[in-house]
Design a protein around this ligand. Structure first.
Ligand code: SF4
Length: 328
């Protein structure tokens, strides 16, 4: 039964960005510290706001009570979700409540018993971020890790696998090759709207005209202290929309910060994060968009190392543009 549900849900995985969603950052201070993830930016910004580095189950429950069921709950956020020992309990609670559930994980902290519990739920997406051949990710590929990975392959047929900026670790590849899975996706890690820049000067900035977000700025992030920030690009916590322990869900989108983000779509002088967003942000004029984006692509050594991703990126931006034309 669980198998059938997950097989069915796999078909919807390509549409995961179509509906509003709340990503859960169950903890701050990711133990993996992948080379391409600006954890230092997040830590510095979060320390100024809170000392709650691990989300409690009660905080999660209180916040979720305010979230409409139409909002999908995505366990990924800005740190490995299963560093929090209550993560599986949180997933089950959100699922019982009736939300669509998406999971993005390296499997760090997940045990075989967690996989068995998750396999019994209806999952909209289950994506595994695999360790690569280099040392970009600090993930031990030991017997315990491989056992959990194999459980995922066996029990969650809708699971997808992605590797960033390198080829999958040889032991992982050998294991996955034993199963009739689709291709492992090779991807280039996002620079998180230039949050990786140590000097704070964005390499990519759309300085003119109207822009759009292909998620309509409705793929937001819940932090361990109940704060909600704009999206998975906002590692510097520049756009905090509110706090779900203190307000309702709709109030997040009627406050000053969200209004500023929306105004920033047409006013470059507000310098919102969206103008540096290479993944979901796009110029409302395709030629204008390409003028900004193409030099950025060529300036990115990662893109040059990963031509399939480069082609994928062109296709995605053309699709964003046509979606925008259709909606406007
Ligand atoms: S930074 Fe990017 S993903 Fe976030 S709201 Fe702006 S355009 Fe959308």
């Amino acid at each position: 039964m669980a198998k059938q549900r997950n097989e069915k849900s796999a078909a919807s995985q390509n549409n995961v960005l179509d509906a509003p969603a709340l990503e859960i950052t169950t903890n701050i201070g990711c133990p993996l510290a992948c080379e391409y993830c600006p954890q230092h930016v997040l830590l510095a910004a979060y320390r100024l706001r809170s000392s709650e580095f691990m989300m409690t189950f009660d905080t999660f429950k209180s916040c979720l009570d305010k979230v409409p069921l139409a909002v999908a709950i995505d366990f990924s956020g800005m740190s490995e979700p299963w560093k929090n020992p209550d993560c599986t309990r949180m997933v089950r609670h959100a699922s019982d409540r009736g939300h669509k559930i998406r999971i993005h994980t390296t499997l760090y902290g997940m045990g075989s018993d967690d996989v068995e519990l998750l396999a019994g739920l209806s999952l909209d997406a289950f994506r595994v971020h695999l360790p690569g051949t280099g040392d970009l990710e600090k993930l031990d590929v030991d017997a315990e890790y491989l056992e959990v990975l194999e459980k995922v392959v066996e029990l969650i047929p809708g699971a997808r696998f992605v590797c960033f900026d390198s080829r999958p670790h040889s032991a992982v590849k050998a294991l996955l090759n034993r199963y009739p899975l689709g291709k492992i996706r090779m991807a280039s890690a996002s620079n998180r709207a230039d949050n990786e820049c140590s000097d704070g000067k964005p390499l990519f900035f759309i300085g003119k005209g109207a822009i759009r977000c292909s998620n309509s700025a409705r793929y937001n992030i819940l932090l361990p202290n109940g704060d909600v920030t704009l999206c998975c690009m906002d590692y510097g916590l520049r756009h905090i929309l509110g706090n779900l322990l203190l307000s309702g869900y709709d109030e997040l989108f009627s406050g000053q910060e969200f209004k500023k983000v929306c105004l920033g779509f047409s006013d470059p002088s507000l310098r919102t994060l969206c103008r540096s967003c290479t993944v979901f942000g796009y110029h409302a004029n395709i030629l204008g968009d390409l003028c900004y984006r193409v030099p950025h692509w060529f300036a990115s050594y990662r893109i040059l190392r990963n031509w399939p991703q480069f082609i994928h990126s062109i296709k995605r931006n053309v699709r964003h543009y046509f979606n925008y034309l259709r909606k406007s």
